[in-house]
Design a protein around this ligand. Structure first.
Ligand SMILES: *Cc1c(COP(=O)(O)O)cnc(C)c1O
Length: 390
């Protein structure tokens, strides 16, 4: 039950990640909300208020994290679901129907790309892809375009295409802008302040932060989130209460973790850029990054993801990854531990070498999700792995 409060100064991201607005404080109430591991709730008739049912996403643990992420994003409402893909799919299903069209960035998470290119067409929703680096968004729009879909920053080259011109175009045409801001986290970016209508997260990544849950969140205007909720009730990608509780636990340290990810990644990126055998480093915090100026203007931090290219190509990248002793070779990102992967085996496995090149991911490209370990242990590990890579 929300208390009515006088308007107050907006709290910072550190505070919002810890304190839930809705928490009732009475003598003896637990500092940490309990896990309400219940599918259903006592309810006799409509005089008992809203019917609660965990598939309806109104379990207290689900609501708490949904509200918390909405507050962190500066959005009116949020919904917490069972995966990032669950949040993305339900959002797009809610905003479109057969005959509608989506204009989407061509630099997308692999699962989202497949959803747009193969799954939604089966439901009569077509997508045109636009290169966010230099593509013509307006030319891609149709009278039936309902959604413009972006990722900020992009995987794995950390491009930060300025969303403001696209948002202005969408406003003129009455199109909803949805952005996947998983890589940024609400510590480094509040996309709503740039005019993005709906943000989606794989909460599996930075929001959860410990690589131990699969979860997703969408946040935006109440009327849209209500529609997402309606779709999710019938497609059913539910966030289990225990996973919701772990997500809340992750959110409590989001701000401090992301700041450390930012610092460590900047250090690793600068270090890598000095190493022989490394031909390119992709990190928006480096002056050499093509979007450094935009990133500096729009982001509060450059993030924890670093890409680099080894001169020795694919064989050198294989040797580098196998030699790691501190960092772990694994897909995914955003946890406290450093993870290293090669997009040609993971997110970009379905593309030809030429298609990967066109997306800025040549063979020899290595992606690091820089964790929060001691930074000198990370560079020492990378040093010996570079030596092994030859
Ligand atoms: C991981 C990821 C997803 C999918 O999230 P899941 O939680 O694995 O379903 C979507 N978008 C981005 C940018 C991701 O990194």
């Amino acid at each position: 039950m929300a208390r009515s409060k006088p308007p107050e100064r907006k709290r910072g991201q550190g505070t919002l990640g810890i304190h839930s607005d809705a928490a009732e404080r009475t003598a003896g109430s637990p500092v940490v909300p309990p896990i309400v591991q219940s599918a259903t709730f006592h309810w006799a008739d409509p005089s008992d208020g809203d019917l609660l049912y965990t598939r309806w996403t109104n379990n207290p643990n689900q609501e708490l994290v949904a509200d918390k992420v909405a507050a962190l994003e500066g959005m009116e409402a949020g919904i917490a679901l069972g995966s990032g893909m669950g949040a993305i799919a339900c959002t797009l299903l809610a905003l479109t129907e057969a005959g509608d069209h989506i204009a989407a960035s061509s630099l997308l998470y692999g699962g989202t790309n497949t959803l747009l290119a193969s799954e939604l067409p089966r439901r009569g929703v077509e997508t045109s892809f636009v290169d966010p680096r230099d593509g013509d968004w307006e030319a891609a729009l149709r009278p039936e375009t309902r959604v413009i879909y972006l990722e900020l920053p992009t995987n794995p080259t950390m491009r930060v295409p300025d969303p403001r011109p696209v948002v202005a175009l969408a406003r003129r045409k009455g199109i909803v802008v949805v952005a996947d801001v998983t890589f940024a986290s609400p510590v480094n970016l509040r996309a709503g302040s740039l005019g993005v209508d709906v943000v989606v997260h794989s909460a599996t990544k930075y929001l959860g932060g410990h690589a131990d849950i699969i979860a997703g969140v969408a946040a935006g205007p109440r009327n849209i989130i209500d529609q997402v909720n309606h779709v999710s009730r019938f497609f059913g990608p539910v966030l289990d209460p225990h996973a919701a509780w772990l997500l809340d636990r992750g959110l409590r340290t989001l701000e401090v973790r992301v700041r450390r990810h930012n610092e460590n990644a900047q250090h690793v990126a600068e270090w890598l850029a000095r190493q022989p055998g490394v031909t390119r480093v992709d990190y928006p915090g480096l002056a050499s990054h093509p979007d450094h100026a935009v990133a500096k203007e729009l982001l509060d931090g450059f993030g924890g993801m670093v890409g680099f290219v080894l001169e020795g190509g694919a064989p050198a990248a294989d040797r580098f990854v196998s030699a790691l002793e501190v960092a772990i070779a694994a897909p995914s990102l955003g946890g406290v531990e450093t993870l290293v992967s090669q997009p040609r085996y993971t997110s970009h496995v379905g593309l030809s070498a030429e298609e990967r090149e066109a997306r800025g991911v040549p063979d020899g490209f290595v992606r690091i999700s820089v964790g929060i370990e001691d930074r000198d242990d990370l560079t020492a590990d990378f040093q010996q792995a570079l030596a092994a890579a030859g």
